[in-house]
Design a protein around this ligand. Structure first.
Ligand code: HEC
Ligand code: HEC
Length: 142
């Protein structure tokens, strides 16, 4: 390691590079099966989308899955999904992710929106704010 560390290892940080390649390939495969339906709303294309992700395009939902969810937690799609049945609810992490999204909204609209003198006009939190590449957010600066 040290000076001879490869650029890939050096830039990967806490994020699992294998899971990134895996996610990218999986998104490409699903996009190929969707064909021109990729621009339809996720709520029309997929059967088990129950949150406001219904309102984004199918392509955008997949980008959020890859970057917003997978990369934020440093995991492959399989952490939350049975990858032979994307609509399946068998993995508890999928429902946890929905409740985490609800928590984010509660923080944004129920708390941040009411704190005066913040730098941002619309201050936000998202999955990355806490997870930063790990399934279990840190409790110290290690
Ligand atoms: C942290 C958990 C998590 C990760 C990681 C994740 N997903 Fe999801 N995914 C979800 C949740 C939650 C939903 C349902 C959202 C809703 O109800 O609005 C979902 C929905 C979907 C759907 C729609 C399924 C259907 O038929 O209704 C697809 C397709 C999908 N994800 C693909 C992926 C792909 C591809 C990856 C990896 C690039 C991935 N997901 C990574 C949590 C995750
Ligand atoms: C305010 C901080 C915070 C935010 C924001 C947050 N999480 Fe979490 N998340 C946690 C904590 C804390 C845990 C529990 C870790 C533990 O088990 O001790 C957790 C656990 C999880 C787990 C379970 C992981 C596992 O398999 O053990 C999933 C899945 C998850 N979060 C997804 C998300 C998603 C998706 C988002 C964004 C929509 C998100 N989280 C936003 C703090 C957060």
């Amino acid at each position: 390691m040290g000076l001879n560390a490869s650029p890939v290892a050096a830039s990967a940080g806490p994020i699992n590079a294998d899971s990134a390649a895996d996610r990218e390939r999986t998104v490409r495969e699903i996009l190929a099966t969707l064909g021109s339906r990729d621009t339809l709303l996720a709520g029309e294309v997929f059967t088990s989308v129950t949150t406001n992700l219904r309102e984004v395009s199918a392509r955008k939902l997949l980008a959020i899955m890859d970057i917003g969810y997978g990369r934020s937690l440093g995991v492959s799609c399989a952490h939350c999904h049975v990858t032979t049945a994307w609509e399946s609810e068998d993995k508890p992490q999928k429902q946890i992710a929905r409740e985490m999204a609800r928590m984010d909204s509660a923080v944004i609209f129920g708390y941040l929106a009411n704190i005066k003198h913040l730098k941002s006009e619309r201050p936000l939190v998202n999955c990355t704010t806490c997870h930063r590449g790990s399934v279990k957010p840190a409790l110290d600066m290690r």
